[in-house]
Design a protein around this ligand. Sequence first.
Ligand code: 7TS
Length: 435
Amino acid sequence: MNNDPASKAAALAPPCVAATAPLPEGPFDPRAIRKDFPILNVTVRDGKSLAYLDNAATTQKPASIVCALCDYYQACNANVHRSLHYLAEQATERFEGAREKVRAFLHAPDVRGIVFTRGTTEGINLVAGAWARRNLKAGDEILLTEMEHHSNLVPWQLVARDTGAKLKFIPVLDDGTLDMAAFERRLSKKTRLLAFVHISNVLGTVNPARRLIEGARSVGARVLVDAAQSAPNRKLDVQALDCDWLAFSGHKMMGPTGIGVLYGKVEVLEAMDPFLGGGEMINRVTLEESTWADLPQKFEAGTPHVSGAIGLGAAVDYLHRLGLDTIQRYEEQLAAYTIRRLSGIPGVRIFGRAPERSGAVSFEVEGVHPHDLAQYVDRDGIAIRAGHMCAQPLMRRLGVPAVSRASVYVYNLEEEIDRLVESILKAKEFFRHGT
Ligand code: 7TS
């Protein structure tokens, strides 16, 4: 008889759904993977089948990831790095195993550069608090774009207020791309930081990361990339990009909420002071002062989101199973289909016509307020988002208070877009006649 506690706990755990089977041969078929996502089969609003088109907000999770969380809590829940007992050893091994998966996912040279955070927002705030606040001063400039999510804008406004540094912005052209000529003009020796969104959550624009980073390097600025919308759908290579920091969120790439990653170059992270103080991030503590733990623990104060990190590791496995090139290609194809179909509706205006774009498609329907539209299509079981998309300055640039947004991912089908189009046509009639 096996008296090992972990084996007993594992025996109690429900059987896990492993998604490791190879995909069928031939062109990618989203139907082959939809069974991995039980939630896609739920019915909503009086038995309507769900069309989930709000993936830029958060993606759905395959059963293998839900099971990774369940398995962790039922088989090896313990705090990491602290205790010597068996469960703690198992938990630490899985937690650090997830870090290594993320390292490989980003093609980072060293696991010491992989810091677990709560998400993109926290990663950016970490850099703002631990680097910018201590290194910038009056006269320095922080260069951003006009298409930033508030999470890559508000932290820099706070830094600017407290340090006297100045914010500058790369304008957005009418097609939803960045004005690269203006970018060149705004760069100067005063530019200490360039922080930009890799893919816009509103316009879907894929920004020219390499060109932006090279420009920043030419004036000696540091670079932070907001990869919240790019980590889910394309291969990222932080060495090829040569950015100093890159932040993303697990929940937008099939992983759990409450976990994210800040990648940083080891020498840059080494030179930074900690962000939060507490347990786990120290080496030696006296009543008066402390020394810091080695990377990455220096930036991971307190008990981390252990199950979240393990779930994120499982998400990385799942993305690799599908292949990031496959995901990117399919998402681009479905976004193009969405734009084509929506453009066919009279009175629909699409925001963002960049040649290189991803799965977020924002639009307005003449005569229908975005919130009314989102509520109307929801009655047909279709989930889209309406509002300012946490990008109020970009809304102002587009000249609208709010937009509607359909955002697709690798498990969506063309027929779900067809349902959205049908529902929009009905909504137009409804709001014209009020019936
Ligand atoms: N940056 C971008 C480009 C984003 O799209 C988001 C979230 C964030 C940062 C913040 O990520 P978090 O995980 O820290 O919240 N974007 C959206 C969205 O478009 N709809 O809901 C959340």
